[in-house]
Design a binder for this molecule. Structure first.
Ligand code: NAD
Length: 476
């Protein structure tokens, strides 16, 4: 395996580090060893990046759609060629199993390929008036974008911040998480190597609040795109609002899963247990509150616990590991706190519940049942390997509980009734609803939430249109 790479900023196409800049250590979540040292951008670095983003925007938007598209396709090919290395470094810094790290690098390439195609499908429309005049509705890139990506999907999240804006013709300054920097740098480097101008895609790191205040305080930035927690999202949305910048906010969730008695229960268990514990539950669309019709509750609960007990937790680089460590100590500690609070409130702890070992941020896959709604974990996104399984009297109560929280990102349902599927699609408050499947994400479909889970979409046509503004041209 190759060494963990040297870390740097990428400003105006050049790697930047050293020079007495502040630094921070990147920690391997499986061993707690230091993987690398990450430089922070100075205030001058950020000003330079802003100025380059302004120039980069003009250059990139001035290229033809064909040119932009072929550069993005080339970058996607580079990501695939480099998937082995990118995936290994991603697993090291984030903790997930190697196959998932590699899969993430490849999925980022797929996202980019889709966005590359969208470059060529940006249409306006013409309204022809009977008297001969006409109105042209044109779409233009909004301008330089500031993107902030979290650590749970260090490559995909960075690509989601970059792909839509670049396809639209915008420039982007991205700040990946300081906890998983190598993946973000690798994504941006692939774009630069493929021919994206240095000012059109840049990568910075620092103290998150300092970087976001600096970038969002500049009139050069015309759009904010953020993935992360709801409290930080609300704070950044306010900063963006001060300058009326448009925003895409992909925030937390608390995925309800409605399991009815008219479905294949074994398939539901198999699919959803795999989904729940993927990436140690650190997934914004993770299924969390399992609301199970009471006549199939025991069967579902027991099957789910069985599946959870079979999972192997270990270093993501080792063979046969299903779940790596959690990405950081605060996530693991938070899970411990939420589980303790749930059992104090009377929840049944059916399996798991403890951290594993005292080195690395490992935590057991955990299942709680009969969790009262006043337990914190029923209200706060756990973002860890914990499933909450509760019996429910029927459809109405299940929908009511699904909609109880202010979140509305992903929701899941298992039912074979076509009429019920339609009712759920109409009534469940979520940006994405998966019925009889665990998949809520596809490169060509919008990804995003409602209520406190945010607004705006990434991926799909909507992910590009979210970076464009209409201009209406009236011709007499
Ligand atoms: P956090 O809210 O401190 O940070 C979340 C992300 O936002 C991090 O990548 C961080 O670098 C960034 N961030 C924080 N403050 C910022 C600021 N002022 N400006 C710009 N970026 C900023 O939380 P955390 O401890 O990293 O994760 C905990 C919670 O965050 C989770 O429980 C979950 O709810 C949420 N989260 C959600 C996602 C998601 O995919 N929606 C991803 C990661 C974390």
């Amino acid at each position: 395996m190759t060494d963990y790479p040297e870390l740097h900023l990428l400003i105006d196409g050049e790697p930047v580090s050293g020079g007495g800049r502040d630094t921070e250590e990147v920690i391997d979540p499986a061993t707690e060893e230091v993987l690398g040292t990450l430089p922070h951008a100075t205030s001058d670095d950020l000003d330079r990046a802003l100025e380059a983003a302004d120039r980069g925007f003009r250059k990139w938007r001035g290229m033809s759609a064909d040119q932009r598209s072929s550069i993005l396709v080339k970058a996607a090919n580079l990501l695939r060629e480099r998937a082995e290395t990118i995936g290994a470094n991603l697993s090291r810094e984030q903790g997930k199993p190697l196959t998932e790290g590699r899969g993430e690098a490849n999925y980022s390439a797929s996202l980019l390929e889709f966005y590359a195609g969208e470059c060529k499908r940006l249409y306006g429309r013409t309204l022809v008036r009977p008297e001969g005049s006409r109105v042209e509705v044109q779409y233009h890139p909004v301008g330089p974008v500031a993107g902030f990506a979290p650590w749970n999907f260090p490559a995909i999240n960075v690509m989601r911040k970059i792909g839509g804006p670049l396809a639209a013709g915008c420039s982007v300054i991205v700040k990946p998480s300081e906890e998983t920097p190598a993946s973000g740098i690798a994504v941006v480097q692939a774009l630069l190597d493929a021919g994206v101008p240095g000012g059109a895609v840049q990568c910075v790191f620092g103290v998150p609040s300092t970087v976001s205040e600096h970038l969002l305080g500049s009139p050069i930035i015309r759009k904010l795109t953020f993935t992360g927690s709801t409290p930080v999202g609300k704070h950044l949305a306010k900063l963006a609002a001060e300058d009326l910048k448009i925003a895409t906010m992909e925030l937390g969730g608390h995925g309800p899963v409605l399991v009815f008695d008219d479905t294949d229960i074994d398939k539901a268990i198999d699919t959803m247990a795999g989904n729940k514990f993927r990436n140690a539950g650190q997934v914004c669309v993770s299924p969390t509150r399992f609301l199970v019709q009471e006549n199939v509750f025991e069967r579902f609960r027991d099957g789910f616990v069985e599946r959870a007990k079979k999972l192997t937790v270990g270093n993501g680089l080792d063979k046969g590991v299903d779940i790596g460590p959690m990405a950081n100590a605060r996530g693991r500690d938070n899970i411990g706190r939420l589980i303790a609070d749930a059992t104090e409130h009377g929840a049944n702890l059916l399996t798991g519940g403890e951290r594993i070992g005292n080195r690395g941020f490992f935590h057991q896959p955990t299942v709680l049942s009969e969790v009262p709604t006043d337990a914190e974990i029923m209200n706060e996104e756990p973002f860890g390997p914990v499933a909450l399984i509760n019996p429910m009297p029927g459809e109405e109560a299940m929908i009511e509980e699904a909609n109880r929280l202010p979140y509305g990102l992903a929701a899941y349902a298992w039912t074979d009734s076509p009429a019920r599927r339609r009712r759920l699609a109409a009534q469940v408050e979520a940006g994405m609803l998966a019925i009889n499947t665990g998949g809520v994400s596809a490169v060509d479909a919008p990804f995003g939430g409602v209520k406190w889970s945010g607004y705006g979409s990434e991926d799909g046509r909507e992910g590009v249109m979210a970076c464009m503004v209409p201009k209406t041209v009236h011709e007499g």
